[in-house]
Ligand binder design. Structure first.
Ligand SMILES: Nc1nc2c(ncn2[C@@H]2O[C@H](COP(=O)(O)OP(=O)(O)OP(=O)(O)O)[C@@H](O)[C@H]2O)c(=O)[nH]1
Ligand SMILES: [Mg+2]
Length: 437
C-alpha cells in the first residue's frame, strides 16, 4: 500500500495567531514559557505558516472545556478577526474536546504543538522508514481524538440501533485507523529488523560507532558534513534532519569509524513521536560514543541540554560514554565562551573552523583508545607500579629523581575496577576539557 502522510497546510497558507497558557504546573516545573513560545514561532514558520501575533495567558490551571479561559477565547477571536487569521496554534497539547470547542467558537483551524511538529515531520519525511514513522505517529495522535463526530452521533442515542450492522462512521473510521496502525507497525518492525542486522554487522566488524545527538538546529548535520564531506541537508531550520545518515570517518591515526547524524530533539517532544521514532533514535543507543552537540549561542542552552539528557535517559542511553560539543562558539562573546561547561568531557568548537574539527577528531580518538594519563609513583612503591600495568597500556616509563613516571593509556573499565588506587598519584590527564579555546 502506498505510504501517506497528512499535512495540515495543503493549499491556503496558514495565517496564524499563536497561543500559550502558563499554568501553576509550568511554574512548578520551571518551564521557560517565553522561550517555548518563541520556539513555537520557529516551528510555525518552519511548517510554512505566517505568524500574525502571539497571545499568552497566566492561569492557575487549564480550562477543561476551552483550554484557555473563556474570556481569553473571546479576546483571541477579536484578535484573529482583526488580523484576518485562519488558524490558531497552541503551544501545548489540546484534548479532542478542546479542539472542537475552540473550532466552533473561533471558526478557524485549531492546531496544537504536537500536531505542528508532526506536520513538519510529515513534510520532511523522505525515506520509507521516516514516512512510516510519521504516519504511525499521526494516527496514534488522531485515534483518541476521533470522538469528534461522536458528538453528532450521540444525538442518535447510544446503545440499541447505533451498533451492529449499522456501524457508525466513527466506528468504521476507528477500525480503519487501528488496522492501518497495526499494518504500519508490522512494516516498521521489518525496517527495524533490517537496521538491527546492519548495525550488528557493523558491530561485529568491530568498527567504533559515534552518534551525533542534540537539540534541533544545534549543528549536527553541519558537523557530519564538515567532517566527512557528506552530502547532507544543513539548514537554519528546525528538524532539517529526519532520517539518520551514517558516514565513514578516518581518524588521524588511520582508524576508520562510523559517524551517524540523527533527528534533533525538542522540548515537549510528543510522546507518540518518540515512540514512533524509536527505531531511528536507537542509533544513539547503539553507539559506542555519543557526541552531544549544543548550540552555545542559544540563550536556552541549559534547558536544551537538559531536554537532550532526558530523552537519552528515556531511550536507555543515559550511561553511554559522552562528549559534549559546545558548537557555534564563533557566535559567542569571550565571556560567554568562558561560561560554557558541563559535567563530563567537553570541547568548545565551531563546525566551520578546521582546527576545531582536528581537535574533535583527536578527542574521538582519545575516547576510542581511552585517555592517556601520567602517574608519578615513588620508587619504593613496586606494588603501585604493578597496578599501573593493570589499568591499561604503559606507553612510556621514565625516572624523575626519586619517582617513576608512567605514561599510560588508561582503560576506563580496568581503572574503575582498580578502585581508583592510583588517583592520588595522577600527574596529568591528557583529556583537557579546555581544548578548542
Ligand atoms: N555560526 C555557526 N553556525 C553554525 C555552526 N554549526 C552549524 N551552524 C548553522 O546552524 C544551522 C543549523 O545547522 P544544522 O547542521 O542543520 O543543525 P542540525 O543540528 O542538524 O539541525 P536539525 O537537523 O534541524 O536537528 C545552519 O544554518 C548551520 O549553518 C557553527 O559552528 N557556527
Ligand atoms: Mg540536521
Amino acid at each position: 500500500m502506498k505510504q501517506q502522510t497528512y499535512t495540515t497546510n495543503a493549499k491556503e497558507q496558514d495565517r496564524a495567531v499563536l497561543v500559550s497558557l502558563y499554568t501553576n504546573e509550568h511554574k512548578k516545573e520551571e518551564v521557560n514559557m517565553e522561550y517555548s513560545l518563541a520556539e513555537l514561532v520557529g516551528l510555525a514558520e518552519t511548517a510554512g505558516a505566517e505568524v500574525l501575533d502571539t497571545i499568552t495567558q497566566n492561569k492557575e490551571s487549564k480550562d477543561p472545556k476551552w483550554f484557555i479561559g473563556k474570556g481569553k477565547v473571546e479576546e483571541l477571536k477579536i484578535r484573529i478577526d482583526e488580523l484576518g487569521g485562519n488558524t490558531a496554534i497552541f503551544d501545548q497539547e489540546l484534548s479532542g474536546a478542546q479542539v472542537r470547542n475552540l473550532e466552533a467558537a473561533l471558526d478557524v483551524k485549531i492546531i496544537d504543538r504536537t500536531q505542528l511538529i508532526l506536520d513538519i515531520f510529515a513534510q520532511r519525511a523522505k525515506t520509507r522508514e521516516g514516512i512510516i514513522q510519521v504516519e504511525l505517529a499521526q494516527l496514534s495522535y488522531l485515534l483518541p481524538r476521533l470522538s469528534g463526530q461522536g458528538k453528532n452521533l450521540s444525538r442518535l442515542g447510544a446503545g440499541i440501533g447505533t451498533r451492529g450492522p449499522g456501524e457508525t462512521k466513527l466506528e468504521t473510521d476507528r477500525r480503519h485507523i487501528r488496522e492501518r496502525i497495526s499494518d504500519l507497525k508490522a512494516q516498521l518492525e521489518e525496517v527495524v529488523r533490517h537496521r538491527t542486522l546492519h548495525r550488528e554487522r557493523r558491530k561485529k566488524s568491530g568498527i567504533f560507532q559515534v552518534a551525533l545527538v542534540g537539540y534541533t538546529n544545534a549543528g549536527k548535520s553541519t558537523l557530519l558534513k564538515q567532517l566527512t564531506q557528506a552530502d547532507v541537508l544543513v539548514e537554519d531550520q528546525l528538524f532539517a534532519t529526519l532520517d539518520p545518515t551514517s558516514r565513514t570517518l578516518v581518524l588521524p591515526a588511520g582508524k576508520e569509524i562510523v559517524i551517524t547524524d540523527t533527528v534533533g530533539f525538542i522540548q515537549n517532544l510528543p510522546h507518540d513521536l518518540v515512540a514512533a521514532f524509536r527505531a531511528t533514535l536507537e542509533e544513539a543507543n547503539e553507539a559506542d560514543l555519543i557526541l552531544h552537540v549544543v548550540d552555545s549561542s542559544s540563550d536556552n542552552r541549559t534547558d536544551q541540554m537538559r531536554v537532550v539528557q532526558k530523552v537519552l535517559g528515556d531511550l536507555g542511553a543515559a550511561g553511554k560514554e559522552q562528549l559534549t560539543l559546545f558548537n557555534k562558539i564563533d557566535l559567542c562573546t569571550p565571556e560567554e565562551r568562558e561560561m560554557l561547561t558541563s559535567e563530563g568531557d567537553y570541547l568548545k568548537i565551531s563546525a566551520y573552523t578546521p582546527e576545531d574539527l582536528d581537535k574533535l577528531k583527536d578527542a574521538i580518538q582519545e575516547k576510542m583508545t581511552g585517555d592517556t594519563r601520567t602517574f608519578r609513583i615513588p620508587a619504593d612503591r613496586g606494588d603501585l607500579a604493578a597496578h599501573v600495568y593493570r589499568i591499561g597500556e604503559v606507553l612510556e616509563q621514565t625516572f624523575d629523581e626519586e619517582d617513576m613516571l608512567f605514561e599510560v593509556r588508561v582503560n576506563k573499565i580496568d581503572y574503575e575496577k582498580s578502585g581508583y588506587i592510583l588517583e592520588p598519584f595522577l600527574e596529568t590527564n591528557t583529556f583537557a576539557n579546555t581544548a578548542g579555546e
